[in-house]
Design a protein around this ligand. Structure first.
Ligand SMILES: [Zn+2]
Length: 344
């Protein structure tokens, strides 16, 4: 099969399009013919090499994918060959204390496609039956590939971890990536009364408003924490979505209302901000971590996509052979929404 792979960590020069052996589905697995795949920031980290996460070279990256069932492994009875599916990118052991309570993404041996395992930037992938879900009928393969990881991440952050309620207010830092474009929509779906976003780009601020954001702040000219306090009559917001980390954390603490919740799924600007513990206890804040999500969360998010209540935002579609261009665009941060690779 044709696949993107690399045999050493490094820059985009390590990304190679070439031939790899067809995967064979093992017991409990299905073989999926990938039609479209999508990039995540994770793919940049995996290409660079993540300390403590060794990969088996040659490594095929890619966590997001949509395609068609091509074959069933031993012991698997469905879905029928030819069924269109999307892939849940998180694999769990099924037997640890967290898996036994359905908390897949807390699994002690949690693995993600394209990080710990061969990924979706290939014509075929073998994957556990439990990780394929029916593709939304209304979506093209390119759009179907564009929501699993980012949609699941945003869903768990807001719906489960922050437990966002109707009438509450939300701040989402740095709108433009996959998670934030879903977070805006999910916040409104939960009935948030006001959703604030930030971006340095006028175009991204305008696009976020089209997605449902109520107000968009330019963080290059405005102190975001102060601005949120002014815009909310000094109260602050109930929930802050912060995946930026070092650059935004101080603003998150300022922007959070008393008893507010700050939920994080990453730290793209660095993991070590000053903590200001005095603000955390005085305002009685909750700091919530979130990673990926459960099958129940994936199914709920998928149902919202199928119903047209959540729309995957696609920035660019490129052929698999233009994978380096796709990585460049991801690294540039210029895009709004998901960068998709058309595989077949
Ligand atoms: Zn487990």
């Amino acid at each position: 099969m044709k696949a993107v792979f690399f045999t050493a960590h490094g820059g985009n020069e390590v990304l190679t399009l070439g031939e790899r052996p067809d995967p064979v589905p093992g017991a409990g697995e299905v073989l999926v013919r990938v039609e479209a795949a999508a990039l995540n920031r994770l793919d940049l980290f995996v290409r660079d090499g993540i300390p403590g996460v060794p990969v088996a070279f040659p490594h095929v990256p890619g966590a997001d994918g949509a395609g068609v069932i091509e074959a069933l492994g031993p012991g698997v009875k469905d879905p029928a060959v030819g069924t269109r599916v999307v892939l849940q990118p998180g694999l769990s052991c099924g037997t640890c204390e967290f898996c036994l309570t359905g908390e897949r993404s807390l699994c002690v041996s949690y693995r993600i496609l394209g990080e710990h395992l061969p990924g979706t930037f290939a014509e075929k992938i073998a994957i556990p039956r439990a990780n394929v879900f029916p593709a939304p009928h209304r979506l093209s393969p390119e759009k179907a590939a564009a929501f699993p990881l980012a949609g699941l991440t945003a869903w768990r952050m807001l719906v489960t971890r922050a437990a966002l309620r109707p009438g509450e207010t939300v701040l989402i830092h740095g709108v433009g990536g996959g998670v934030s474009t879903f977070a805006v929509q999910i916040a409104k779906l939960c009935g948030a009364s006001r959703v604030f976003v930030t971006s340095s780009s006028e175009e991204k601020r305008a696009r976020a408003k089209e997605l449902g954001a109520d107000e968009a702040i330019d963080y290059t000219t405005t102190d975001v924490g102060k601005a949120i306090r002014e815009l909310t009559g000094k109260r602050g917001v109930d929930v802050v979505v912060d995946s930026v980390g070092a650059a935004t954390w101080r603003h998150s603490l300022t922007a959070a209302a008393k008893k507010g919740r700050i939920v994080t799924c990453g730290a793209t600007s660095g993991p070590g901000p000053a903590e200001n513990i005095n603000v955390i206890f005085w305002k009685q804040l909750s700091i919530l971590g979130s990673t990926m999500g459960t099958d129940a969360e994936f199914a709920a998010m998928l149902a919202a996509v199928e119903a047209g209540r959540l729309e995957p935002v696609v920035d660019t579609v490129l052929p698999l052979g233009d994978v380096r261009k796709a990585y460049e665009r991801m690294a540039s941060g210029a895009g709004f929404g998901k960068i998709v690779l058309k595989v077949a």
